[in-house]
Design a protein around this ligand. Sequence first.
Ligand SMILES: Nc1ncnc2c1ncn2[C@@H]1O[C@H](COP(=O)(O)OP(=O)(O)OP(=O)(O)O)[C@@H](O)[C@H]1O
Length: 310
Amino acid sequence: MESPAVEPAAEPAVEIIELVKRYGGATAIDGLTLRAGRGAVTAVLGPNGAGKTSTVEICEGFRKADAGTVRVLGLPPDAPALRPKVGVMLQSGGVPPAMRCGEWLRLVARFYARPLDAGTLLTRLGLSDHVRTPYRRLSGGQQQRLSLAAAVIGRPELVFLDEPTAGLDPQARHACWELVGELRSAGVSVVLTTHHMDEAERLADQVVIIDRGRVVAEGSPAALTGAERQLRFRARPGLALEELLNALPAGSAAKESPAGHYIIEGQVGPELLATATAWCAAEGVMADDLSIERRTLEDVFLELTGRELR
Ligand SMILES: Nc1ncnc2c1ncn2[C@@H]1O[C@H](COP(=O)(O)OP(=O)(O)OP(=O)(O)O)[C@@H](O)[C@H]1O
């Protein structure tokens, strides 16, 4: 009997193994390993200077690695065969300042066999009134949107978006999220960097948190934030948490972070809620914004990467 055909394991859209990048004596990427799945949205998060842009720009073929392996759709990042398959949105620039918005997008479209319609895309991204506006006269947010349009106009298989919504107003942010959702539905692989944890939580199938050039956590947003719930409230700073802890069910934990913001973890159920609110009442403490929530990606991010500024 013929054995059933074995499907080869889907090759990742991007595979990075033990990547190293140095600038002078400083190591910006320090043995970073990650895989971005095909047809998935992968969000790369990290504090300023963590190495996100360096990593993405190595994958885009704009920077050279010092060590390690990078494969993009199974090819080295500088392979000419990748050009029609990969869309790139840079963090800034790349467009001649005098180039008109519509003219630029039509020029980019000419590099692809089956581009999307430039006019439709400009309308989608709220740029239809700026078709004849030179790039340098576009606002920062409009320039961002034009870069996003240029990244997707060629119907790429894989898109790199470096901080796609940085500086965008809420309307434009939602338009960008919608576009990313549509790319994903169409089976396009998306790798994006962002500082907006809500964006990653909303868009990403997989989140990779990097710090000091290394991956410190990865997984789906749900896996990273976990199923446990927390009781949160705001009150005057400096409450005697040890006393509260004594009153709470065994195994509970309480912390104040930052000042005046309280988080209680453990078996967050009716008993814990009643005990905590009764304790607040006995102390004359008004627990503002009391809520029961799961940990957010931002909580996880801050726990992993700390609170000091970079
Ligand atoms: N061309 C360069 N020359 C020297 N150092 C650089 C260069 N590019 C980046 N670096 C340094 O490498 C480190 C990583 O920078 P990178 O831009 O990759 O970080 P990032 O995670 O994208 O940061 P951000 O969130 O601020 O955009 C930083 O310390 C930065 O100063």
